[in-house]
Design a binder for this molecule. Structure first.
Ligand code: CUA
Length: 334
């Protein structure tokens, strides 16, 4: 009985210390959305149970090693035991109830993270190898940054042009896959103004690790200002072919592979490309004129530049007009 009492006290103490240690380790980033609240509650509940079971297993084990070690000169066998039905029923039924309780709490919290606000703003999100595109339908604005006003639910309607990506802002806690040919939804109510980052949480190829874009949560006033600026920029850009091309390039994440500063990436740089000669994989030189660049956008595998074998640029399905705009933009990159 004395052993049970000592072990019981030690288990409680070890459980509390483990929980305090884990809790103060700041395992989670700051919570910045309404959806983070039920998730963090669930997480905290799990930490408590984890700490308790950790102590329940490790403390009696360590205690037995010390308290019941063989005495010097004792060569007798241990006492024979035939099992313990009561104990077996207890350790089967108790965990069953704990798991059912967790399933219930989990379901309630999951429903909480999906609670629908009928006034939610809609933003269309497209995942592209390896970038993000955000469309704001009411404004006709396309951006590669996600700007949102604080304390307003946003409904993200998401899809992918190529492979499966996953939208993840750790501070918002919730996460959702983007699947080609399908629209998936995610609701977020940002509650804390600040600069965050969306990252891709699904291994999607060479530059998966760099598939990040800024997420800016601001006051409604700052958001409206940013949006007005975007609308103005879009109007200005739409007036010239080069401007339209630049907007297309930004919206489709071309910079994930093609730099405009001469740095070699996954694909050839666009800096100083126009009007210069490039060497193809078979050694033939080709002049990078309008026809060549247009062909390389339309049928990326037709002529591959030496050194970029094996990089499979997708065809983005641009219209001839859009391709002409992109070519006009590339022409400006001297
Ligand atoms: Cu997209 Cu990983």
């Amino acid at each position: 009985m004395r052993h049970f009492l000592i072990v019981g006290i030690l288990v409680v103490v070890a459980a509390i210390l483990t929980y305090v240690g884990l809790d103060s380790a700041n395992l989670m980033p700051v919570a910045a959305s309404a959806q983070a609240v039920p998730i963090d509650e669930m997480w905290n509940l799990e930490l408590i149970f984890m700490s308790f079971f950790f102590a329940l297993i490790v403390v009696p084990l360590a205690y037995s090693l010390i308290a019941f070690r063989r005495k010097k000169g004792d060569t007798s066998d241990a006492e024979h035991m035939e099992g313990n039905t009561k104990l077996e029923i207890a350790w089967t039924v108790l965990p069953l109830f704990i798991v059912i309780a967790f399933a219930y709490v989990g379901a309630v919290n999951l429903a909480e993270t999906r609670r629908v606000d009928p006034d939610a703003i809609i933003v269309k999100v497209t995942g592209i190898q390896w970038s993000w595109k955000f469309e704001y339908p009411p404004y006709g604005v396309v951006s590669d940054e996600l700007h949102l006003p604080v304390d307003k639910q946003v409904l993200l309607q998401m899809t992918s042009t190529d492979v499966i990506h996953s939208f993840w802002v750790p501070e918002f806690r919730v996460k959702q896959d983007l699947v080609p040919g399908r629209i998936t939804e995610l609701r977020i109510t940002p509650t804390l103004e600040g600069d965050y980052k969306v990252r891709c949480a699904e291994l999607c190829g060479t530059s998966h690790a760099f598939m990040e874009k800024p997420v800016v949560i601001s006051s409604q006033g700052d958001f409206d200002e940013w949006m007005a600026e975007q609308v103005k920029l879009a109007e200005q850009a739409a007036a010239t072919p080069g401007g339209r091309g630049q907007a297309l390039v930004a919206a489709n994440g071309c910079a994930a592979c093609h730099s405009i500063n001469g740095a070699q990436g996954i694909g050839p740089t666009w800096s100083g490309l126009f009007g210069h000669e490039v060497l193809l994989t078979d050694g033939t030189p080709v002049s990078a004129d309008e026809a060549y660049i247009a062909e390389s956008i339309k049928a990326p595998q037709a002529k591959i530049v030496a050194g970029f074998e094996g990089q499979l640029m997708p065809s983005y399905g641009f219209t001839d007009e859009q391709i002409a705009d992109v070519v006009a933009y590339i022409k400006t990159l001297r």
